[in-house]
Design a protein around this ligand. Structure first.
Ligand code: FES
Length: 317
């Protein structure tokens, strides 16, 4: 793990919806709060598990605490029940290990912003919208959930921002995203976070608007079971050692199996911890961290999920 781990204490819990709880994690007195930028997430080390999950930070930095909101639904952590475990274990006074805030969903410069939040996907939008509001630039937020009672922070957002917040409940019927996002001004950035196919649906809804960019925060990495995994060779530039990565084994697992120690955290391509420099070879990027531009530069890769298209990779290891 590359980031320092700090033991925080659950100082407050608040029920936001029947399935979403807000947790205030108090840091010890001697642990300075890391400054974090809008869109950042926190690595949370699940109680009794070597695995971490990433949860967006919900509020501006306070002096000594972080606030996250966690949906016990399976979608928020890829269906492995980690969020449910956190709901059970993170009682008031419990200890929770957290990493340092990191940001794979930063605010980009744009002339106009649309934030689309599906359920608990609203969490990164809280800080992003607050920053845009401070800047004075125009923005709107579309909140989507089954009912208003299922939408975390909806009343607070409406109270604070009024008509900039629009809610649509799926229990009233499916929203026509094409109509809702029609004729956006050029230079609009659309930020999306939500479950299932929401990001794809939004991208499809604005695809005929070339001056509109879509930025996505996924709960989990894309489905990797595309049947295209093949074996390839990996060479470590420093030692010259070469290993073969089997089709059904990750590059990270292969290297660890050869005794190499690499930083890792989520092991599913969403946290960025296992990023390694690429010397040569064409990477088959399967993570949810690198931007399309970073992928095309082919200078680094997430070895927990990404693979190789060219038969051989040389890594800066
Ligand atoms: S360990 Fe999280 S992206 Fe690889």
């Amino acid at each position: 793990m590359t980031t320092d781990v700090i033991t925080a204490t659950v100082a407050a819990r608040r029920t936001l919806t029947p399935r979403v709880e807000e947790f205030t994690l108090l840091l010890p007195d001697d642990a300075p709060l890391q400054a974090w930028s809008a869109g950042s997430h926190l690595d949370v080390h699940l109680p009794g598990s070597p695995v971490t999950r990433q949860y967006s930070l919900c509020s501006p930095s306070s002096r000594n605490s972080y606030v996250i909101a966690v949906d016990r639904r399976v979608e928020q952590d890829g269906g492995r029940g980690g969020s449910e475990a956190l709901h059970r274990a993170a009682v008031l006074g419990a200890s929770v290990e957290v990493g340092e805030p990191r940001n794979h969903f930063p605010l980009t410069r744009a002339l106009n912003y649309i934030f689309v939040a599906g359920g608990v996907g609203v969490t990164p939008m809280l800080s992003l919208a607050a920053e845009v509001e401070r800047s004075g630039r125009p923005w709107q937020m579309l909140c989507l959930a089954r009912t208003a009672e299922d939408m975390p922070y909806l009343a607070e957002l409406q109270g604070k921002y009024g008509g900039k917040i629009t809610f649509h409940g799926s229990s009233a019927g499916r929203l026509d995203l094409g109509a809702a996002l029609a004729d956006l001004p050029g230079g609009t950035a659309v930020y999306v976070c939500g479950p299932g196919t929401l990001a794809d649906d939004i991208a499809g809804a604005v695809e005929d608007q070339p001056a509109v960019d879509v930025f996505v925060e996924q709960f989990t990495a894309p489905d990797l079971q595309d049947g295209t995994a093949m074996s390839f060779d990996v060479t470590l530039a420093t030692s010259g050692e070469t290993f073969t990565v089997a089709p059904d084994i990750s590059l990270l697992d292969t290297l660890e199996g050869k005794g190499k120690v690499l930083a890792s955290s989520c092991r599913e391509g969403v946290c960025g911890t296992c990023e390694v420099g690429v010397v040569s070879g064409e990477v088959d990027h399967r993570d949810n961290v690198l931007t399309p531009e970073e992928r095309s530069e082919n200078e680094s890769m997430m070895v927990c999920v990404s693979r190789c298209r060219s038969g051989r990779l040389v890594l800066d290891l």
